[in-house]
Design a protein around this ligand. Structure first.
Ligand code: ATP
Ligand code: MG
Length: 227
């Protein structure tokens, strides 16, 4: 089952002078097993949309439904968060642990999965790092390494949907390539990937489907070649 948005409107600070309609009456389906790229000018609602997909935000009007579960129902949230993992634009701002091992295994542990050192090392390898990182401090990693660590941690939760805000921003060409290869291999494994990107080359290379947002509305949505 896909993620479905039905008549979704999201308003920040509703009913106040600071009111912003970030998304306006959005209807769409994110189908499974493909990579969707979301593009659009700054302030068009891209990040807001991502936060609606895992229930971090709930619609002001309308519904977001993940595999048949509506995000606005509190009892559904734990299941939805396991299925839909969201990696922010700057995941490095959320680091907290003393070692890469602790940082990496914290999220999976929250979902009942205790990872061994061997399993943690395997996740690091998937993102182009290795087991020598496990005992290091996450704070001492480079920006690109921190980004990869965030992705490795999320992979330990085996999400069905992986959502990334600017997955390759500020990475060097090798780092970008590692992330691209990883996302394409996740797609092969049946993971549904949704990315926000300002980089058109990246979107053209990676994505099967493109969603264009403009001032909170859908400007275009379809196969890469049609948009
Ligand atoms: P960017 O490309 O710059 O990341 P975006 O497309 O991700 O932009 P959003 O962050 O979704 O845009 O913002 C959509 C609108 O909502 C903007 O007008 C923004 O100013 C407003 N907005 C975003 N976050 C908040 C907030 N926490 N409180 C109030 N308004 C907000
Ligand atoms: Mg944004």
């Amino acid at each position: 089952m896909p993620i479905t948005l039905k008549d979704v409107t999201f308003v920040y600070n509703p009913g106040t002078p600071m009111e912003v309609i970030a998304l306006n009456t959005i209807n769409l389906n994110f189908n499974e097993g493909i990579i969707t790229g979301i593009i659009g000018p700054t302030g068009s609602g891209k990040s807001t949309l991502l936060m609606l997909l895992n229930g971090l935000l709930t619609p002001t009007r309308g519904n977001v439904v993940v595999d048949g579960l509506v995000t606005s129902k509190k009892a559904n949230l734990k299941t939805i968060r396991q299925k839909v993992q969201l990696i922010f634009q700057y995941p490095e701002h959320q680091l907290f642990a003393e070692t890469v091992f602790d940082e990496l295994t914290f999220g999976p542990k929250n979902f009942g999965r205790e990872l061994t050192e061997g399993q943690a090392a395997e996740l690091l390898r998937q993102v182009g790092l290795d087991e020598t990182y496990l005992k290091r401090s996450p704070f001492e990693l480079s920006g690109g390494e921190k980004r990869r660590l965030a992705i490795a941690s999320v992979l330990g939760i085996s999400p069905k949907y992986l959502i990334l805000d600017e997955p390759a921003a500020a990475l060097d060409p090798v780092g970008k390539e590692t992330i691209y290869r990883l996302l394409l291999s996740l797609k092969k494994q049946g993971v549904t990937v949704i990315i926000v990107s300002h980089n058109m080359e990246e979107v053209a290379y990676l994505c099967d489907q493109i969603l264009v947002l403009d001032r909170g509305r859908i400007a275009a949505f379809g196969e890469k070649n049609e948009v």
